[in-house]
Design a protein around this ligand. Sequence first.
Ligand SMILES: O=P(O)(O)OC[C@H]1O[C@](O)(COP(=O)(O)O)[C@@H](O)[C@@H]1O
Length: 318
Amino acid sequence: MNHTQGSKVSIIGAGAVGATTAYALLMRGSARTVALMDINQAKVDAEVLDLAHGSQFTSAASVIGGTDAAVCADSDIIVFTAGAKQKPGQTRLQLAETTVRLAQKVLPDLVDVAPNAIHVLVTNPVDIVTYAALKATGLPPNQVFGSGTVLDSSRLRYLVAQHTGVAVQNVHAYIAGEHGDSQIPLWSSATIGAIPLMNWTPLPGFPEFDQTVRDEIAHEVVHSAYQIIEGKGATNYAIGLATARIVEAVLGDERRILPVSTLATGFHGIGEVCLSLPSVVDRRGCDVRLDTPLSDQEEAGLLSSATTLRGMIEQFGL
Ligand SMILES: O=P(O)(O)OC[C@H]1O[C@](O)(COP(=O)(O)O)[C@@H](O)[C@@H]1O
């Protein structure tokens, strides 16, 4: 049986990320039913209609939408992309607080209508929203995880591919920790094909891949979102594709390794935080993290990222 048969994916939030994720799911034939839910009736109806008008050109799937949680009934996966809009004068922290409260309000109703759904949180600050979602739903940790650094890792792989002149699919490298400024590139375990990236010999016509290049790439991965937001107000395509890929790993029971954000209890004695590490994603969601070897510097960076996240959790009183 094709894993998409009978599968239903609901997306909460019909903004740029939610609508683009729906589009990616339809384009890739990832699910049989895609449901969109948003508080804005006119917006959700318009997005559903626009997506449905393209049905002739995608594999068989239906698109439905509404403002009530009922539209998400019996979902296999719920993707949370809804967020508060930034008000004039509002700080990033205040915005984050409003978003966390929104997730806490909406999620229990979704658990009522789809108790077995796997929840994939995408809204930023994603590690904090994922932690809040775990608490608000009371679901087991395998059933609730965040898109985490899947997107950052794809940005990293793209840049490494550009600098080394190989296909991006042959670059195997992860960003771990916070989906945010304290994230850590795991250079010590990165490979191109089977070759450790730290031992990479440049291909003819391509420059050295040294510490300076690595630092420039790591800086660009962290800052590229700011650059995109400056240019067009939001990032949507790459996160939409990354989320579709996560959804497929769940629906297809793929046991795919992805750096999603999961609950780490007592992480190096830090207490409970949600952060990203390369992990196994399957039909149960995600409850196995790989024991990825870390250099001393990476371990220290990850620890500091976890401390940053724990501080945010405490700030929000979660
Ligand atoms: O470089 P290799 O070993 O040929 O692997 C290529 C494969 O790795 C992938 O890029 C997945 O890589 P990861 O396991 O690092 O996520 C596939 O998309 C691709 O088919």
